[in-house]
Design a protein around this ligand. Sequence first.
Ligand SMILES: [Fe+2]
Ligand SMILES: [Fe+2]
Length: 376
Amino acid sequence: MRILVFGGSFDPPHKGHAALLDAAARQLRPDRILVVPAFQAPLKGRPGASAADRLRLIRLGLLPALPKKWRKRTRVELSEIKSRKQIFTIDTLSNLKRRYSNAELNFVTGADSAATFNLWKNPAGLKKLALWWTATRPGADEKIPSFFSRIEGRMPDVSSTEVRHRLAIGEGVDDLLSPLVRKSIARRKLYGVRLLERLEVSLKSSRLEHVLCVAELAESLARRWNQDADKARLAGLLHDLGRSIPIPEMPSFARRHRVKVPDLKGIEAQNPALAHAHLSEHLARKMGYTDPELLSAVRKHTLGDGHMAPLDRLLFVADACSSDRNYDGVERLRELAFKNLDLAFSAVVKDKLGHVKKKGHWLHPNARRLWNSLRK
Ligand SMILES: [Fe+2]
Ligand SMILES: [Fe+2]
């Protein structure tokens, strides 16, 4: 018996999954198809939607997309989800091998997962348990291990990460998701579909305008400097979530919710508003955002730190130069950001921290590290 095993987070299932499964079924002609949603894939963060929601979306979107012939042979394998913990693929495949001892297992996965295969637990054992299949997306440059065989056919250029970003920033996903999946996501307010609504409800109108301006500039700068524009826009939308908490309450909020804010006592005594970036990160996590780059940029947008990654720098600059800002020299800085982002970043840091230093005012340790890193 030939079994096609299709594993993934399906967070959410999109047209790329459906196309890959359909093409794999036609090419491999399996006797049985097992779709295996992970509770939480070991190399990924916490999924953006619960296991129950992802299961619902698989049943609404992925299975009906298969031709009837293959759909009849398809089961959703629930063992990983039912375990309610991270399960390694080696354990799932070993269990399947025990259950179907004479079967030939064919594991099909997306190119982004295939590219990380060497980081999976026990790659040598995995190679013995199954035959490995993947497809490449047009334009993607993933490095796929050579023992993977190719599923033929043109796959749509779509990833779950991109779908989640688009949903969170209110951009269209008609070309990426089946209509039923789209409706269910909207109805259940998954993947930060509620972000824009939430910003409108929780931020003052002037702050909301600022946030939208920062998101717009961050997106443009990301396009200019070949960074992920959707992610940059999302970072802009999330960066001042913490401003929804009244300034005097920020330190107590941080304590109550166990948000780690470095030198919270100093912040409380000197300028409680400085806690808001860490609170933004906390609230973003609560909303289901897990991307470390995204969360780092949000966390560092006010105080900075000794190490600033490209997106950290970009958001730091976008926050200081957004079109709602009108201090002397802001237009020059904005222009500079499109000519040389590093120079603009240095100029913004000097602007922000220079006068604090000059007046001998208190400087938060993270801001001091940022200042020192630039002096080097
Ligand atoms: Fe801020
Ligand atoms: Fe801001």
